[in-house]
Design a protein around this ligand. Structure first.
Ligand code: G3P
Ligand code: MG
Length: 247
């Protein structure tokens, strides 16, 4: 199947936006990736107490905001009170945790594509994916080219059912012993692996199964160049500025 995300596949993907240079998963980090000439961003999505989709990596807001507590126990208006920029640098004071809708709008405006990673709480893998899919359907005409990934098979099975036209990336630190079964269970188009576990044989093995291989989180440009030489399809990096000659 031909998917818009993989047409003219971006080789360099800014992880959580340009998260080495701006506060992760904020509009500022997405915007900076665009300014650096990057054509795709990876961002994380989870749900709030009032079932709104927000862009955030950790289940607790402590590390990346001036607040404390679980995203799932806060309403969207409580989430919007938080400063998600100052922890990174005073330059980003007042930056907010974006909604999925706000992030998608900016990414589309900047003519980028997006790898959206679903981050469910344990026990909420299915409802989280259902809520994210419903929001994506609502935004349909405004969406940039999209690739949805997750470490969680249950979430990805929901995506496969509700958004059959969107490609799925299966996230795994290592190459699972039964990776072909896992990928076929979610109809995955790509496998996204921790860069420490990739070698040339794995690249070939995955490609022989007609699956694309992306890797995270690779911040060393020399290693990225080597990986691209082996045929790795996408490098997810915190420092897209270091990879400009590779994109
Ligand atoms: O999607 C690649 C990477 O973001 C997966 O790990 O923890 O950074 O979301 P994490
Ligand atoms: Mg992620």
């Amino acid at each position: 199947m031909q998917y818009p995300y993989f047409n003219n596949m971006p080789r360099i993907i800014a992880h959580r936006g340009a998260s080495g240079l701006a506060p992760e998963n904020t509009l500022a980090a997405i915007d900076l990736a665009a300014k650096l000439g990057i054509r795709s961003v990876e961002i994380d999505v989870m749900i709030t107490a009032d079932n709104q989709c927000v862009i955030c990596h950790d289940h607790n807001v402590r590390r990346c905001t001036n607040g404390e507590g679980k995203v799932r126990l806060k309403t969207l208006s409580e989430i919007k009170e938080l400063d998600a920029g100052s922890w990174f640098s005073s330059e980003f004071k007042g930056e907010k945790i974006p909604t999925l809708s706000e992030a998608m709008k900016l990414i589309a405006e900047r003519e980028m594509s997006v790898n959206l990673e679903i981050k469910p709480l344990d026990g909420w893998q299915v409802p989280t994916a259902e809520i994210v899919c419903a929001e994506l359907k609502r935004l349909q005409s405004q969406l940039p080219p999209l690739l949805i990934s997750s470490f969680n098979i249950e979430s990805l099975q929901v995506v496969n059912k509700l958004l059959p036209d969107v490609p799925i990336g299966y996230l795994s630190d290592t190459l699972p012993h039964n990776w072909k079964e896992r990928l076929s269970a979610v109809n995955a188009a790509s496998l996204h692996m921790d860069c420490d576990f990739i070698n040339r044989d794995i690249v070939n093995e995955v490609h022989e199964a007609s699956i694309r291989l992306l890797t995270y989180t690779l911040n060393d440009p020399a290693k990225a160049k080597q990986f691209l030489g082996w045929g790795v399809d996408g490098i997810i990096t915190d420092f897209p500025d270091r990879m400009s000659e590779l994109s």
